[in-house]
Design a binder for this molecule. Structure first.
Ligand code: CMP
Length: 138
């Protein structure tokens, strides 16, 4: 078993579809072992997405991620990083496979409903960014 980090993004909390997304996560054998609803600060969003700070979409991304509450989550499962990326589907919903979260719910490439870590190393640092170990109950 290993862990990945997930965010249910503002477009999804705004549309009140967090339960439908969690249902897909659980149906795909990922276990939600930590979860909290927060409003990200501008500083948190800038730091969390600092790898993208030279991209043209960075400013819009920070505005969007701080526009409404998000749900930050720790997911556990076999091959969790890879599995969750498959469950999410491609970043751009136009390219996402049928049945994936983004195909079903994302509005566009930015308002794409969920974030998931892209490696075990990033999962560890992203989890630590939002959670203390004693908040994670596997
Ligand atoms: P995420 O997987 O969280 O990683 C970076 C985020 O930037 C991405 O999802 C989208 O929400 C957002 N984004 C906006 N425009 C783009 C783009 N052109 N390419 C990739 N990500 C984008």
């Amino acid at each position: 078993m290993n862990r990945t980090f997930s965010i249910i993004k503002p477009d999804a909390t705004k549309r009140n579809i967090t339960g439908s997304i969690n249902q897909l996560i659980e149906k795909n054998d990922l276990r939600i072992i930590a979860q909290k609803r927060i409003k990200m600060s501008i500083e948190q969003a800038q730091q969390f997405y600092s790898v993208h700070n030279d991209k043209p979409f960075f400013g819009d991304l920070v505005d969007y991620m701080t526009s409404e509450p998000v749900i930050v989550q720790v997911l556990s499962g076999e091959d969790a990083v890879k599995k969750y990326r498959k469950v999410m589907g491609a970043t751009n919903p136009d390219n996402a496979e049928e049945g994936t979260i983004r195909k079903l719910f994302a509005l566009n490439i930015q308002e794409n409903s969920v974030h998931g870590s892209d490696s075990d190393e990033n999962a560890k640092s992203e989890i630590q960014f939002f959670f203390n170990e004693n908040e994670i109950v596997g």
